[in-house]
Design a protein around this ligand. Structure first.
Ligand code: BT5
Length: 312
């Protein structure tokens, strides 16, 4: 869909959301023909929106459960949403869009058939989950990019908690739900980017949040194991809105990250490119560095796989 069509369609929905508005009036307000209005309404119906029409005009009476237009409708952030019932990976698709010069797009899928974690690990993405990738072009140096990932982790945690599930962050960006039989992984984040020496060109932040508990590997959990109902449309909207607000406010990201962290104060074992670091996690510093108190003093870890250990 081209941009004008998409934005006109969003405007039609906004106008008919609360009261009936006639075709001619819509046409005048949006500066398009009456035939064009009719086509937009038909397209919206095909996308699952219920639009009533009578003598008083068109009025919105139902929103589809999920899908691109459904997520865009009522989204308070300037992103286009591209939806797929099934796709290999939303990150791979967002990278393609980045290569085409796009920005401010959220790719959402109901199912991924080739979902990926960090270091090319597999990410199980059965139908019904929350699999999405946000493509943006922040004006930051590549070295600051980790803070964008932390922003996504905070946004995801806050949205999950709002949905009634007690998730916390494991450094750098896993969401875990503590339970009697240990801490289970609810969500993961995979950030990919391209940049020049001093500026990021694009960032793709892939967020995977399990909804159902079935079809997941050992040690994983889904939102529905902890709450009765999840409205994925509203969930994605709130998540994207929070992410957008946070990524422009790095100071708040760190403060909020510390508040939501499960890792700080814990004994950890971090597998880094340069070896294993064991000790007590003290703090996270800008742009996302973990400070670990080891037997040889504090060590700063920039990237790695972190494991929470039992207290010594
Ligand atoms: C991550 O990697 O945690 C990042 C996952 C990012 C997934 C999103 S979904 C939307 C977007 N599109 C993509 O293709 N990816 C992103 P990592 O820290 O490397 O963790 C991967 C490990 O988690 C695997 O090796 C498994 O052990 C485990 N795992 C796999 N699928 C899982 C799931 N659905 N829930 C919990 N754990 C899982």
């Amino acid at each position: 869909m081209n941009e004008t069509v998409q934005s006109t369609r969003r405007s039609v929905l906004d106008i008919i959301a609360n009261e009936p508005v006639s075709g001619p009036e819509l046409a005048t307000r949006l500066g398009v023909s009456r035939a064009a209005i009719w086509k937009h309404v038909e397209a919206l119906r095909e996308a699952g929106f219920e639009v009533e029409s009578d003598d008083t005009g068109y009025q919105l009476s139902g929103i589809p459960d999920y899908g691109g237009s459904a997520i865009e409708f009522g989204l308070d952030a300037s992103y286009d949403v591209e939806y797929h019932d099934s796709i290999p990976s939303t990150n791979a698709r967002a990278r393609e869009l980045a290569a085409e010069g796009e920005t401010d797009v959220v790719v959402v899928a109901n199912e991924q058939t080739g979902g990926r974690g960090r270091l090319d690990r597999e990410w199980a993405s059965p139908p019904g989950g929350l699999w999405l990738s946000v493509l943006c072009r922040p004006d930051i140096p590549p070295a600051h990019a980790p803070v964008v990932t932390l922003a996504a982790a905070v946004a995801a945690t806050e949205t999950v908690r709002e949905a009634g599930v007690d998730a916390r962050i494991k450094w750098p960006n896993d969401l875990l739900v503590p339970s009697e039989d240990g801490e289970k992984k609810l969500a993961g984040i995979l950030t990919e980017m391209e940049g020049e020496a001093d500026r990021v060109s694009w960032v793709v932040v892939g967020i995977g949040i399990n909804v159902r508990a079935e079809g997941l590997p050992e040690g994983a959990t889904g939102l529905l194991a902890h709450t009765d109902d999840v409205n994925r449309r509203i969930f994605v909207q709130r998540l994207v809105e929070r992410f957008e607000a946070l990524r422009n406010d790095p100071e708040r990201v760190l403060v909020a990250w510390r508040e939501q962290a499960l890792t700080l104060g814990r004994r950890v074992r971090v597998q880094t490119g340069g070896g294993i670091v064991v000790g007590r996690a003290l703090d996270v510093e800008f742009p996302g560095t973990l400070v670990v108190e080891t037997a040889d003093g504090p060590v700063r870890v920039h990237a790695g796989d972190c494991e929470h250990l039992r207290p010594a």
